[in-house]
Design a binder for this molecule. Structure first.
Ligand SMILES: NC(=O)C1=CN([C@@H]2O[C@H](COP(=O)(O)OP(=O)(O)OC[C@H]3O[C@@H](n4cnc5c(N)ncnc54)[C@H](OP(=O)(O)O)[C@@H]3O)[C@@H](O)[C@H]2O)C=CC1
Ligand SMILES: O=C(O)C1=N[C@H](C(=O)O)C[C@H](O)C1
Length: 254
């Protein structure tokens, strides 16, 4: 995602790449960040997180939960806005993001793509209509390098459907099945994960009834929509003092 974000900022008319940072020891430190997308731009990659964040109005972070939380703390100390695309946070870590957003503005969303956020709205409608007699399963597929499962997007889809049906996802989620599982329980929401090759990201929510099935599917063909969504998030935060937002807020879908 780092490469995608550099390319997306370079192609935008209104945003400036202020700095790019990576881990201590990364082979890219000291090199022109634009080289990563074959467009040198004079921004030298650094491992000095505080200096990099100080040089920007908004931090965009797609790393790992521990990395994002470290960067968030620096952004909070420096009073900078932050867009967090990282997934795989636990409840305690999400609480840390919520607390930081009491003093800085944060967009935190498991999927920045406009199409996926449209699907989130469609799922609210589908769940309202299909509230009786349909078994709900969330199926996702991603590339072999993805480290968290189910995807943040799949979990958000489950949360949306569960909320619409008055269920608590923590109580009703079933993550994969194996062995003699017994019959399916009515109120459960199942999650299935596929990992392989270079699948960018596919998500389906299946409403399986008796005699019919409804599938709501999104398929990503490129990672650019995630980067463009993150840039929309950064623009949305400009001029805001504090608060926690997601892409539904950014896109006016709330
Ligand atoms: N919200 C959305 O729309 C999207 C979210 N994502 C999420 O974004 C995250 C990143 O995905 P992706 O780009 O594919 O992952 P990659 O592994 O390709 O990239 C993550 C980068 O973050 C670096 N990193 C990890 N920890 C730290 C740290 N503590 N400090 C500095 N740098 C760090 C990694 O460095 P190193 O290689 O040295 O570990 C790596 O360069 C995932 O959680 C993914 O699920 C992805 C796409 C869209
Ligand atoms: O790791 C990825 O690639 C993606 N991660 C996000 C997620 O976990 O939902 C968003 C998208 O599916 C791509």
């Amino acid at each position: 995602m780092g490469r995608m974000l550099i390319e997306a900022v370079q192609q935008s008319d209104d945003l400036v790449l202020a700095s790019v940072f990576d881990r201590v020891g990364s082979p890219f430190i000291g090199r022109d960040a634009g080289e990563l997308v074959a467009q040198p731009c004079g921004v030298i990659m650094t491992d000095d997180v505080a200096a990099a964040i100080a040089a920007a109005d908004c931090v965009i972070d797609f790393t790992l939960p521990e990395g994002s939380l470290g960067h968030l703390e620096v952004a909070r100390q420096l009073g900078k806005a932050m867009v967090i695309g990282t997934t795989g946070f636990n409840a305690e870590q999400k609480g840390q993001i919520q607390r930081a957003a009491e003093s800085i503005p944060v967009v935190f969303a498991p999927n920045m793509a406009v199409g996926v956020n449209a699907v989130f709205k469609l799922l609210e409608v589908a769940a309202r209509i299909l509230d009786q007699g349909y078994d709900i399963e969330v199926i996702e597929a991603h590339h072999r390098l993805k480290v968290d499962a189910p995807s943040g997007t799949a979990l958000r889809m489950g949360e949306i459907v569960a909320a619409e049906l008055g269920r608590d996802l923590e109580q009703c989620a079933i993550y994969g099945r194996e062995g003699v599982t017994g019959k399916r329980k009515d109120e459960t929401i199942g999650f299935s994960t596929i990992r392989g090759g270079d699948v960018v990201g596919d998500h389906t929510v299946l409403f399986a009834g008796i005699g019919e099935r409804i599938e709501i599917t999104h398929k990503s063909g490129s990672r650019m929509p995630y980067a463009l969504g993150a840039l929309r998030g950064a623009r949305f935060l400009a001029g805001r003092e504090k608060g926690l937002f997601d892409m539904q807020d950014v896109l006016g879908l709330r």
